[in-house]
Design a binder for this molecule. Sequence first.
Ligand code: BGC
Length: 751
Amino acid sequence: MRLSDVHGLAPLALAVILAIAFVPQAKAQETSSQSIERRVNEILRQMTLEEKVGQLNLVSHGPPLRWEDISEGKAGALLNFNSAPDVARAQALARQSRLKIPPLFGLDVLHGFRTQFPLPLGEAAAFSPRVSRLASEWAAKEAAYVGVNWTFAPMADLSRDSRWGRIVEGFGEDPYLGSVLTAARVEGFRQGGLAAAAKHFAGYGAPQGGRDYDTTYIPRAEMYDTYLPPFRAAVEAGSASFMAAFNALNGEPSTANPWLLTDILRKQWGFDGFVTSDWVGIGELINHGIAVDGAEAARKAILAGVDMDMMGLLYIKHLPDEVRAGRVPESVIDESVRRVLRTKFRMGLFDRPDMDPSRSDSAFPNPESRQMARAVARETFVLLQNRGDVLPVPASARSIAVIGPLADAPHDQMGPHAARGHKEDSVTVLEGIRRRAQGTGITVRHAPACDLFCRDTSGLPAALDAAKQSDFVIAVFGEPQELSGEAASRAHLELNGKQIDVLEELAKTGKPVALILLGGRPQVLGSVAERVPAILMAWYPGTEAGPALADVLFGDVSPSGKLPLTWPRATGQLPFYYNRLPTGRPTKPENRFTLQYIDEAITPLYPFGWGLSYTQFAYADAAMAQKQLDQGQVLEVSVSVKNTGAREGQEVVQLYTRDPVASRSRPLRELKAFEKIALKPGETKRVTLRVPVESLGFHLDDGTYLVEAGAIQVFVGGSSLAEPIGEAEITKTFRIPPMERRASASTSIAQ
Ligand code: BGC
């Protein structure tokens, strides 16, 4: 039935029709989940203890996997299988096993499979769930095409510390943005044919000193308010699975943490999928100092709620004996197996034909995937500064010097975790500029100036010559991909090697210089921010880096990305984030005994939410639909945004709130809603942003959620420096105990 067909019907008749239309569907749904449970239990009844534990064993392609493990029912899940012939071979072996249970095929598919899309942190800069959904769907489609059915993504770890290399895999520092984008990614992966594994549960993004794998201390109220919401959004969006984190949280390793894995995830959030460990994470419980040997590690992990052992081989080795010795109840194993089988049924694995081994990922990139990757990438570039409107490249420029080692770095532009990415598929920045310049009479010169890590600057004189002979300089520098991602913590975030010297020299030529920065995190720019007028953060843009950057550099498209994290002036400012608590001594520049550094500004170089366009936007007539808010109500804030410049552009309209007086200190600002809009020159749009009153509260350490009566300040604008527009009044305090909050959870990520 289409909605138009029901117009004009009396309300009662309409209600009856709707009831008739929807009841059978609800019933069918009920029946399908009941039938899944029945089929799961049927299989479970036939399983030996060893076969059960086999379903909990996740093994990688290559050693130690023996292919016969699959036909013997000892490897219920496989990872790093990324080609159709291998998948088909494993499926055929699974069919030879006694119970013929199809395996899961897991892989890190984060931002593309063969076609590379921007890294998740860059994708987050698009501030667009639509873009995130699209990119994830494409990544999934290509992976699913060759038989991958499960991705170890999205990473839902919030991080406020760019020293941590894995910040590139997430969405940055904000729990609201993180929740919206994590949900979009889960949905996108599912639409494209992959079950998600939200990772790394939890607190992994806040390691001390930014050191990957190091320990994390986060008060429980802060876990609930800041670090857990994106994971909860993953559950609500239907993430099939979770991955436990490597780190210890407040002294309890996440891989054996019943509070996280059972109390929060299962009891409070009602998650009924399964949890895998991270790579050998169970064995690492011995290093964490909470298990004496593999048997104890396996026991602690399964009892805490880790259902699957990734690459540890400890479950398969020890759990049968642990059960026989009475240290692990068989019902615990049954429950874990139930979760795995339920997920396999939900994914339809039992009812699917096996993979066609003739399929190959060389079907990609195809023209459509390239077009998508290009469209996504150009939404993610953040124009950090553009003094004197240096960008876009003016039509008068007849020659361009493209300088820098990352201008022609087909491997590095793909970024870390590039799945089956081939550098041969990449269109480099240089190539993109050359293609764009072709036929326009613009001469393009290229000189790298230094090696990839910019230690050897013997190429500098040639680069300076190229710059001097040209009307415009595009410098492409930043972090080679090896400096970003897992196990790439950095203690010095300055542009690595001699990049600052090279950029200083380029600036001295007096030519207009635009710096394109590649990298997986904000880098400390030092004097470059003063010396180079235009800086565009391009993250790792992926396969179509060149065409996407050319679109923006030449002004065919205005940049529209916004920073998903605070950009520091110095490494020593980290951890650094906009939604911090007030202090008793707010900064007063003339008073040393207030919040400040004696050797650096207290402000970031660029704030959260920041990003310029080639056009300008004026905000006017902000208004709140209602100023009194009762439980269950939604604050509606409208504002008119006008494109006052001469070019088309997109703006991310952002709404922040502050609770200025509460029973505990509340952040100075918190993002609560945003919307990305496109405006033609001179065009005005009225944007309405909605904030459920339920999202204006905070947690206590016991998980109780509290929305207190009182004034809430509201700010609207194009960054976290948004202007105040007034106050809304919450009329009465309400408390929601952790278990009850489950029912109302979806309102917290309404977007
Ligand atoms: C990472 C995970 C990843 C896994 C499998 C681990 O080292 O921490 O994020 O999914 O490897 O590749």
